[in-house]
Design a protein around this ligand. Structure first.
Ligand code: NAD
Length: 261
């Protein structure tokens, strides 16, 4: 069974990994719901571009993943507008880099809300729809930081470990249904999120950009290469394929060997 004709909702997908995953799933024939917190013509243009290039349906729905009711509304609107929700990719995420004693409390709350709690709300809204339809795939984009830690990223590491735990719990709660839930744990992927943390990391370590990329960002990525959004998209597609029907409650690392160290 292919994913052609299935509908995938991807949170935080007007950029980076989310957009890459959307493009990969569209390439395989899935209809796409893009999302972010903005509502610009460019956001809707992205959906039109995906629809045109891959001959699928694609829409953009604005919803702020820091607000629980908007997370649930995203899933319900997707069902209303597309007729079904088969694949949920919890991808929206933000980062902030600071020692814990200087970490602003409101930034901590925001990271926990967007990177972790949003997946609770969207999953809770999506599972009844998936059960009724008789098939579902939940894929949480966690991180190598869902399995290991780095200094100055307390909120992010906490949220991503939480997402890994939530993925296992949801897998157990859906184990007897034709639904799976897994987490993908990417190492560094060169997206706007990573670009944005380079200046802070340069300040933190007092090093230039190239040195920060080689010695700090990729220090723990033994391949010394960034993973790509296409590789993350391909891993999602695998988790949505029949080969992965019995893959549930686990993590797949796409990290160039980081977590083997
Ligand atoms: P990105 O900044 O390119 O994309 C993040 C997406 O989330 C954007 O579309 C943004 O609009 C959206 N977003 C942010 N706040 C939101 C909100 N309140 N409501 C709705 N959408 C919101 O970053 P990325 O690197 O593509 O990250 C995507 C996911 O992958 C994140 O969860 C991140 O933690 C994870 N990840 C990234 C890397 C990496 O190296 N880039 C590694 C591991 C995990």
């Amino acid at each position: 069974m292919s994913i052609s004709g299935k509908t995938a909702v991807i949170t935080g997908s007007n950029s980076g990994i989310g957009l890459g995953v959307a493009e990969e799933l569209a390439k395989q024939g899935a209809d796409i719901v893009l999302n972010s917190f903005s509502d610009n013509p460019e956001d809707h243009d992205l959906a039109k571009k995906i629809a045109g290039e891959h001959n699928v349906k694609a829409i953009y729905i604005k919803a702020d993943m820091s607000a629980g009711d908007e997370c649930r509304a995203l899933v319900n609107k997707a069902k209303e507008q597309m007729g079904r929700v088969d694949i949920l990719i919890n991808n929206a995420g933000i980062q902030h880099v600071a020692p814990i004693e200087d970490f602003p409390a409101e930034t901590w709350d925001r990271i926990i809300a967007i990177n972790m709690t949003s997946a609770f709300h969207t999953t809770a809204a999506a599972l009844p729809i998936m059960r009724e339809q008789g098939w579902g795939r939940v894929v949480n984009i966690a991180s190598a930081h869902g399995l290991t830690a780095s200094p100055y990223k307390s909120a992010y590491v906490t949220a991503k470990h939480g997402v890994v735990g939530m993925s296992k719990t949801v897998a157990l709660e859906t184990a007897e249904d034709p639904i799976t839930c897994n987490a993908i744990c990417p190492g560094y992927v060169l997206t706007p999120l990573v670009e944005a943390q380079i200046p802070d990391t340069m300040k933190q370590y007092g090093k230039d950009r190239e040195t920060v990329i080689r010695d700090v960002l990729l220090a723990r990525q033994p391949s010394k290469q960034f993973a790509t959004v296409e590789q993350i998209g391909g891993t999602v597609a695998y988790l949505c394929s029949p080969a992965a029907d019995q893959v549930t409650g686990t993590t797949i690392s796409v990290d160039g060997g980081w977590t083997a160290l």
